[in-house]
Design a protein around this ligand. Structure first.
Ligand code: SER
Length: 563
């Protein structure tokens, strides 16, 4: 069975059992500021599980791309990947434990051709404040007649799942193992964990399952691990072709990290020192460092990325669609890092340290040469040194706070004066922001704004120069909105509500804080302090006067309003 056949088989099996096949979500969670990246298939359905929103379907099946970087240092063994695919069936106030477990066994046995005897199970044996899942035990033992030695109770750590983020739906699980490899996690969402850590029983039951795609493929191909499957062989081979040294661990780190980087870039994450962008940057840079270990000549990153795109393009068309952006961004990041890398390594060699690299020194290496912390730890380990990681994290947080404050100031900078022209330019800025997102894509985010009575200046994330056609399209789109006499309306709401309504803008405020959201007709909705005009008809004609680079990955547009 090929990888693509496995994906299709799963979707079809559950479709035939009344599930709606829905697309997996982006790796950037759309509606959930409590998590950085998509780590599980259930995330896009959190509100349906929690009963906050009425589910559009009772039964759903998806293929979900996931990124987990908690144990990034462990990549290279046979169980950890920073990017993986998850096949999942979901039910909202519909079927529950019995059907979920039965269908799981049926799929493995009838569709994958793996004998039922090879499957063993774990279930939730209870904890201090939550009861044992006797229902699942009863189903496994008495209804499905699974021999007792194949059913094991486990604790909170192993057989209780969720919530993702600070609060949300969660519950006991049944896990399926084949040949001692964990392949399928069946979560029975029956609780809601509150921010205070209390478990409240949900009014409705939910099923959330995740079948580990790469692991199952390895089983089906009769391979020792997923590294030997069709998903990886081609990429590993490519790394070997470029390498002059042999090192299995480095090879795997490169393959894993660049594979994840390609998927993150395709979904609009760009390398930076903040949040998602920092996750991406660490992955790319660690891969480059391991490229050095293998003696690979630079640049090489985009060569590997091309292979990743080739392997995944059928299942994930967004890779081909964003191929140019992916390759350009990887190339830029590689060039930037290479410039600092050799200098930084020399500096590292000079460090006179006996046992431990202090948090401050580690942070300096990060700050000056862009060395990700994992890389510093690896370099230290090679010399038998330790790193004060906690100290590093402290320095890092301090720095992030500062740059956040700087960014906020930059945003507010545009609004210093509330004169008539400034107010008009401010509304035009919202129109431009939205127009750019429509013309160029959702990866466009405001990176700065500056307004005077004479002109507006707008910085936004985008990897390349805008063509004259794109500029014209953007300009026309803004002018169409001006001509449409759209009303500008301000509403106050919580950040949560603003997110739910699809508002864009700076989400640095805390979840519960009240913010102002300005809507311009149905065209734009953005969090902002104002002031704005009452109607777009006040704006005159919008004209872009200049488009240029502002900094890496950020473009700058200057524009005027002509009367
Ligand atoms: N949410 C569970 C997991 O990620 C099952 O899908 O393992």
């Amino acid at each position: 069975m090929t990888a693509q056949e496995l994906r299709e088989k799963f979707l079809k099996f559950f479709e035939e059992k009344g599930h709606k096949v829905l697309p997996g979500s982006s790796l950037i969670p759309q509606d959930d500021p409590s998590v950085l990246l998509t780590t599980a298939g259930m995330q896009q359905f959190k509100k349906w599980f929690a009963g906050i929103e009425k589910p559009a379907y009772r039964r759903v099946v998806t293929l979900q791309k996931c990124v987990r970087v908690d144990d990034i240092e462990e990549v290279g063994d046979n169980t950890h990947l920073s990017f993986f695919e998850m096949l999942g069936n979901f039910a909202f106030d519909d079927y529950f434990k019995k059907e979920a477990i039965e269908w799981g066994i049926e799929f493995i046995q009838n569709e994958l051709g793996i004998s039922k005897d090879k499957i063993s199970f774990t279930y939730f044996g209870g904890s201090d404040n939550l009861p044992e899942d006797t229902e699942s035990l009863e189903i496994l033992k008495n209804i499905l007649k699974i021999p007792e030695d194949k059913i094991k109770p486990m604790g909170m750590e192993d057989n209780f799942w969720g919530p993702t983020g600070d609060e949300g739906p969660c519950g006991p699980t049944v896990e399926f193992y084949v040949d001692d490899v964990e392949v399928w996690n069946l979560v029975f969402n029956q609780y809601y964990r509150t921010l205070e850590g209390k478990y409240e029983t949900l009014d409705q039951n939910g099923v959330d399952t995740g079948l580990g795609f790469e692991r199952v493929l390895a089983l089906l191909e009769n391979k020792k691990s997923f590294w030997e499957t069709e998903l990886f062989l081609g990429i590993i081979q490519k790394v070997k072709e470029l390498a002059t040294e042999n090192n299995d661990h480095s090879n795997k780190v490169i393959v894993d990290h660049l594979r994840t980087a390609v998927f993150l870039l395709a979904d609009g994450v760009l390398p930076s020192n903040l949040d998602k962008g920092y996750v991406l940057r660490r992955l790319i840079r660690r891969a480059i460092r391991h490229g050095l270990v293998l003696g690979i000549g630079s640049p090489f990153v985009s060569e590997i990325a091309k292979k990743v795109i080739e392997i995944y393009k059928e299942a994930y068309p967004e890779l081909s669609k964003n191929k140019d952006l992916i390759l350009v961004e990887l190339g830029k990041e590689e060039q930037k890092f290479n410039e600092a890398l050799s200098k930084g390594l020399k500096e590292f060699e000079k460090l006179k340290i006996e046992k431990e690299i202090s948090g401050k020194t580690a942070f300096d290496l990060f700050q000056t040469y862009g060395f990700p912390i994992e890389m510093i730890e690896e370099l230290a380990e090679e010399k038998g040194l330790k790193v004060d990681k906690e100290g590093f994290e402290k320095e890092f947080k301090k720095h992030q706070e500062l740059s956040r404050k700087g960014a906020e100031k930059k945003f507010k900078g545009g609004l210093a004066s509330g004169g008539e022209m400034e107010t008009q330019y401010h509304t035009a800025t919202h129109l431009l922001h939205q127009a750019l997102r429509i013309v160029l894509g959702d990866h466009v985010k405001q990176a700065g704004s500056n307004i005077t009575a004479e002109r507006m200046r707008f910085d936004f994330t985008h990897p390349e120069k805008l063509t004259p056609e794109k500029l014209k399209e953007t300009e026309d789109l803004v002018n169409e909105q001006i001509k449409a006499n759209l009303p500008v309306i301000c509403e106050e709401m919580s950040v949560k509500e603003a997110k739910e309504k699809g508002a864009i803008g700076l989400f640095e405020a805390k979840y519960g804080d009240k913010v102002k959201v300005y809507s311009i007709g149905d065209f734009s909705k953005e969090i902002c302090g104002g002031p704005h005009v009452k109607n777009t008809s006040e704006l005159g004609t919008f004209k872009i006067t200049k488009e240029e680079s502002s900094s890496a990955g950020v473009r700058r547009i200057k524009a005027i309003l002509e009367k």
